[in-house]
Design a protein around this ligand. Structure first.
Ligand code: SF4
Length: 291
C-alpha cells in the first residue's frame, strides 16, 4: 500500500519538554519520594506507562487537579504540560511538597494573558473543552472574570455586559476551523470584544498538514490516545475539512482488515503526544499491506 506520511506530526516541543523534565526528576536520587503526577503528564498512555518504569505515579481519574492533590501528603508533585491553577500550586506548596512544573510555554502565555486582562477588570470568554485540565488551570487565574464556553449553545446562555472591557481567548489544542466559526458568533454577540486566539503553533501546523497533505489517500489514520484533545481535533479536521474516511487508532493493533481492504493509498498523521515509534509501526504495517 502507498503511504503518505503527513508532516509535521507527532511530538511537539511542550510534550518533549514535559517528558524530559519528568524523567530527569525521577532519575535524580535527591528528589523526594514518592513522585506523583497530577493527572497524565500528557494524554498518552504509552508515556504514562514509560514513566511508571521510572517510579512515577500518575494520579488519574476524572477529578479536578485540586481533588487529585488532596490524595498526596508527601514527596514530589509534577504539574502536567496542560498547566495548573495558582490555587493548586499554592496548596501543593502549603503541603510542603516538592513541586515540579512542566507547564508548556504556550499554555503559560494564556495564563499570563488572563492574569493581565483580569487585572484591568476585563471579562474573558474562554473557548475550551469542559472537564479538560487546561481550561481548569487557566480559569483558576481569575475565576470571577473567566467564562468557559465550549459551543454555540453555551454562548447563547452567556450573559455579559456590552462593554469595551471584554476579551476572548482559547485552549491551545482546539480545531482552527471550529474555533474561528465560534469566534465569529461571539463577535456578532459582543462586537467590541478583543480577540486572542491562543491555538498553539504546533497544533495549527499539524492541523494544516492534515488538511492539505492527504492527497489521493482513500483512508487516513490518526495515531494517538483517545483522551488527547489535539489528536481528536486532528481526526475532526480530516473528517470535516477533507471529507475522508478517518480512523483514530491507538497503535497498529487497532487496524482492522475492513479499514484497509481494497485500499491502494493511506495517509498517516499523529497527535502531539504520540510517541514516534508507535506511529512508525503503523506506517511500516501499512507499507507492507496488500490485499
Ligand atoms: S500541543 Fe501545543 S500547548 Fe500542548 S504541549 Fe504541545 S506545544 Fe504545548
Amino acid at each position: 500500500m502507498k503511504v503518505i506520511s503527513v508532516t509535521p506530526r507527532g511530538y511537539c516541543h511542550g510534550v518533549v519538554n514535559a517528558v524530559e523534565i519528568a524523567k530527569k526528576t525521577a532519575s535524580n536520587p535527591d528528589t523526594p519520594r514518592p513522585i506523583y503526577i497530577l493527572g497524565q503528564l500528557v494524554h498518552n498512555h504509552y508515556i504514562v506507562e514509560e514513566l511508571e518504569k521510572y517510579g512515577v505515579i500518575s494520579l488519574e481519574n476524572s477529578s479536578s487537579r485540586a481533588e487529585l492533590l488532596a490524595d498526596i501528603s508527601k514527596g514530589t508533585v509534577i504539574f502536567t504540560a496542560h498547566g495548573v491553577s495558582p490555587q493548586v500550586k499554592e496548596a501543593a506548596k502549603a503541603k510542603g511538597l516538592n513541586c515540579v512544573d512542566t507547564t508548556c510555554s504556550d499554555v503559560e502565555k494564556t495564563h499570563l494573558l488572563i492574569k493581565e486582562l483580569a487585572a484591568k477588570d476585563f471579562d474573558i470568554i474562554y473557548i475550551g473543552k469542559k472537564g479538560h485540565p487546561e481550561p481548569e488551570g487557566c480559569i483558576g487565574e481569575a475565576p470571577n472574570h473567566v467564562f468557559l464556553i465550549q459551543d454555540e449553545k453555551d454562548l447563547e446562555f452567556l450573559v455579559l455586559p456590552q462593554t469595551e472591557r471584554l476579551a476572548l481567548t482559547t485552549q491551545t489544542t482546539l480545531s482552527r476551523w471550529d474555533t474561528s466559526a465560534l469566534v465569529e458568533k461571539v463577535k456578532q454577540k459582543y462586537p467590541n470584544i478583543k480577540i486572542h486566539v491562543d491555538i498553539c503553533l504546533a497544533t495549527q501546523q499539524r492541523q494544516d498538514a492534515a488538511a492539505t497533505q492527504t492527497g489521493d489517500a482513500e483512508v487516513v489514520f490518526v495515531v494517538g490516545d483517545i483522551h488527547s484533545s489535539n489528536t481528536n481535533r486532528l481526526a475532526e479536521v480530516v473528517r470535516n475539512q477533507v471529507h475522508k474516511t478517518v480512523y483514530l487508532i491507538d497503535s497498529v493493533n487497532d487496524i482492522k482488515p475492513e479499514m484497509v481492504s481494497g485500499k491502494k493509498t493511506a495517509a498517516v498523521t499523529s497527535g502531539a503526544s504520540t510517541p514516534t515509534n508507535v506511529t512508525r509501526e503503523v506506517i511500516k504495517y501499512l507499507e507492507g499491506y496488500s490485499d
